[in-house]
Design a protein around this ligand. Structure first.
Ligand SMILES: [Zn+2]
Length: 432
């Protein structure tokens, strides 16, 4: 009798550990499906813009429901909505829904407004806005936070009136910038080629809703309700169906390209860096019906291995140019939020040198002589990191060393209690 119990107890303990382990490892119940979070802007007591008497919240919802209806026909896609009816959803909740679902894509749908007869559809990814107009669009959409309870503490890190504050905010989405731009381009292609809509291009601006997500994310401004013709189109069933289909088709193409791309990488023997690159995504100022006085060209100049973003501003009236140099994000000292006292937490910094679908042994010779290597699976890739330090200053030295070895697209990543957080967030906890 006693002997029997002696054997049973360790067996129960072992079973418990194995069960809890397997639960932890498969915390998302997506069954290998491609998860798309669809976010209809505004809702409830936030109507969005009211151009020509139309309601942005209703149009955004109808387009989103159409997108979802098409995507749901594909058994390999799981669609999650931030709202399916006329309810108010806090901005931070929208990103949270996507993050908790471990989504592959986040797509937010809105309509624009302007005092001119501006028209056309544009798609935004998170980033430093190239001009004041893009900033104003983001500011308008961001202002919905004022309709939320406790917005002061919830959004303390954001200063929506300061164009500069976005520089420190772009870090989290940087990793997904290439993919976000790819999806945005596919959407713009469909809008302009299939629907003959005016192409307002892929643009970058500081949308809070895009900053909250940990996956490729875009925000579609489907058109201007303030424009008579466009407002009527977007408010019509034809408009909802066509825009819904154009967005859904772009998502399906993106999904197809991503899968074939992953297979290609797997066939390749050499590690493939998938870090985002700053690229020229907006060549001309969008048409607002007004006069173009300045042409903004975004280019990148490598200086001592550290890329600097140089904005060349050309004044067409006197034909002079001036250069505005932006220091790279990594060198920018992120803003410390006063409301959160500095605490000594378990914060670790590493330098991510690249990501690859290949599972590479962590030997120094595979990484140009670097040591203290680590890797972690992420989606269908492995992230490879160099170094391990609780000092942010030390991390900047590690980053310089990685640059010197040729990994000049590497960047500092941070962890709190083993969970990856943004560098900005981590800096709140360290006193340097
Ligand atoms: Zn909106």
């Amino acid at each position: 009798m006693n002997m029997k119990r002696f054997y049973i107890i360790p067996f129960i303990i072992l079973t418990f550990f194995l069960t809890s382990f397997s639960i932890n490892m498969t915390s998302d119940d997506n069954d290998g499906k491609f998860v798309v979070v669809l976010d209809a802007g505004h809702g409830g007591h936030d109507p969005g813009n009211l151009g020509n008497g139309y309601l942005e919240k209703n149009i955004a919802l109808k387009i989103v429901l159409k997108v979802g209806e098409i995507l749901e026909r594909n058994p390999n896609i799981k669609v999650i909505y931030t709202r399916k009816d006329d309810t108010f959803v806090d901005l931070y909740r929208r990103g949270e829904i996507a993050n908790k679902a471990n989504a592959d894509l986040f797509v937010s749908v809105h309509c624009d407004s302007h005092s001119s007869d501006a028209h056309g559809a544009g798609t935004f990814v998170l980033g430093l806005h190239a001009n004041k107009q893009n900033f104003e669009i983001a500011k308008k959409e961001n202002s919905v936070i004022y309709l939320e309870d406790n917005y002061e503490s919830r959004y303390a890190a954001y200063d929506i009136n300061s164009p500069e504050s976005i520089i420190g905010l772009t870090i989290m989405q940087e990793e997904f910038l290439d993919q976000s731009i790819n999806l945005a381009k596919l959407m713009q292609d469909n809008f302009s080629n299939k629907l003959k809509r005016t192409d307002r291009k892929v643009k970058q601006a500081g949308f809070i809703v895009l900053h909250q997500t940990f996956m490729p994310s875009v925000l579609v401004e489907t058109g201007f309700l303030t424009n008579k013709v466009e407002g009527a189109y977007l408010n019509s069933t034809k408009g909802h169906n066509e825009m819904g289909k154009a967005i859904a088709d772009a998502i399906l193409t993106y999904k197809g390209e991503m899968i074939s791309g992953a297979e290609e990488i797997a066939l390749n023997n050499t590690p493939v860096a998938t870090e985002p690159k700053q690229e020229e995504i907006e060549k001309s100022e969008p048409n607002t019906g007004g006069k173009k006085s300045e042409q903004l060209v975004l280019e990148q100049k490598p200086v001592k291995n550290i890329p600097k973003t140089v904005l060349v501003v050309k004044n067409e009236t006197d034909n002079t140019t001036k250069e505005l140099v932006k220091e790279p994000i990594g060198k920018e000292e992120p803003k410390v939020v006063e409301k959160e006292p500095k605490k000594s937490e378990n914060i670790i910094f590493k330098v991510q040198i690249f990501a690859s679908s290949k599972n590479i042994p962590l030997d120094s010779e595979n990484f140009k002589g670097l040591n203290t290597l680590s890797k972690e699976p992420y989606k269908n890739l492995y992230r490879y990191m160099y170094g391990n330090t609780d000092s942010h200053f030390q991390a900047t030295l590690l980053k310089s060393n990685a640059d010197a070895k040729g990994y000049n697209t590497s960047y500092i990543v941070a962890y709190k209690d083993g969970v990856r957080i943004s560098e900005t967030e981590a800096l709140k906890y360290v006193s340097e």
